[in-house]
Design a protein around this ligand. Structure first.
Ligand code: MLT
Length: 332
């Protein structure tokens, strides 16, 4: 009897142990707003490779907004029903206005500027703000290049050329104000609806980086590109704070390290791919124009009209000045 009892308890203990081990190895879902071939997918794949190498956890990417529109994923992350999301920073701004500094026109003027701001103390403060405001933690950054304007009607080189065009923007107050400064009343539309909106000509155009235009197959529904440089697209990898806090401290450290190595990969991805993808879009029939006069009119109108409107939501003019100073530019 004794040895039977012993065998039963040993088996029970083993099965409890097994189920504890199984409980510790999670299989995470990662929502991705864009399609295959873009910076979001590249960041996600690099993150998964590093995560799976250093922990027992696994993760899968769900591309093309399969797990919901980018802004909807922020809600899901904040209540912990989604694990991770990779999305454009402009779609986090409505939930945590301080990251709006990264959406103000003509603040980030190069990839190097984007790296300086996101990977230094300013980026760290933004991480803390988004945890506090939105229940999401930024653990990695993809850098996608400048958002160029595409449309299906005509080449656009001047602010006047925009007149009469219906332009889709993300539901983001700063981007809406920027187009208003250029004399256009833009149409806010969820990212997940944008391809169809362009295809059905509900809107004539939109802006996003070359790599995103390619990943979303916008060349099938758009012809003209204006090489605007008003907004450098930064696309973070975020984890639900509830999910992150449920991890052991070793796993938290591994997640942060995987995010950092994916970020480094994203820098190389943009450097390696952007020019090739731009050429590919031209070979598929897209026509690229540079804005007239080195973009001077776009720059003047946007910075003068838009920046002051958003000092308060970003946390005061000093927050913008911190960024400008970190970038070696004059404060306002
Ligand atoms: C948007 O335009 O809503 C986003 O920037 C698109 C993206 O995530 O690539």
């Amino acid at each position: 009897i004794f040895s039977r009892f012993n065998a039963v308890t040993t088996a029970a203990a083993a099965s409890v142990l097994l189920s504890m081990c199984a409980a510790q190895a999670d299989s995470f879902n990662i929502a991705v707003g864009d399609g295959a071939g873009g910076t979001q997918e590249a960041l996600g794949k690099a993150f998964i490779a590093a995560l799976e190498e250093t922990t027992d956890h696994t993760a899968s990417l769900f591309l093309n907004g399969q797990l919901g529109d980018e802004q909807a994923t922020v809600n899901d992350l904040s209540i912990g029903t989604l694990d991770f999301s990779i999305l454009a920073i402009n779609n986090i701004t409505p939930f945590s206005p301080s990251v709006g500094t990264l959406t103000l026109p003509y603040v980030i003027l190069s990839l190097e500027d984007a790296i300086t701001v996101t990977q230094g103390p300013i980026g760290q403060e933004m991480v803390e703000n988004t945890v506090r405001d939105a229940g999401v933690r930024i653990i990695g950054w993809a850098y996608s290049g400048f958002r160029v304007l595409t449309n299906s009607a005509r080449p656009v080189k001047t602010v006047a050329d925009l007149e009469g065009l219906v332009i889709r923007v993300p539901p983001n107050e700063i981007m809406i104000a920027t187009y208003k400064a250029w004399g256009v009343n833009p149409t806010p539309m969820a990212w997940s609806e944008t391809f169809t909106g362009l295809q059905q000509k509900v809107v004539d155009g939109q802006d996003n980086p070359y790599i995103t235009v390619y990943a979303m197959k916008f060349d099938e529904v758009q012809t003209y590109i204006t090489n605007l440089r008003y907004l450098f697209s930064i696309e973070p990898l975020v984890v639900s704070e509830a999910v992150f806090q449920g991890l052991s401290s070793e796993d938290q450290a591994a997640v942060l390290a995987a995010g950092k190595s994916a970020t480094d990969f994203s820098v190389q991805f943009l450097r390696n791919e952007e020019e090739t993808i731009k050429a590919e879009l031209v070979s598929r029939g897209m026509e690229i124009s540079d804005p007239a006069d080195n973009e001077a009119e776009f720059i003047k109108l946007a910075t003068e009209a838009v920046w002051p409107q958003f000092y308060e939501p970003i946390g005061g003019v000093e927050k913008l000045n911190d960024v400008l100073t970190a970038l070696g530019r004059d404060p306002v």
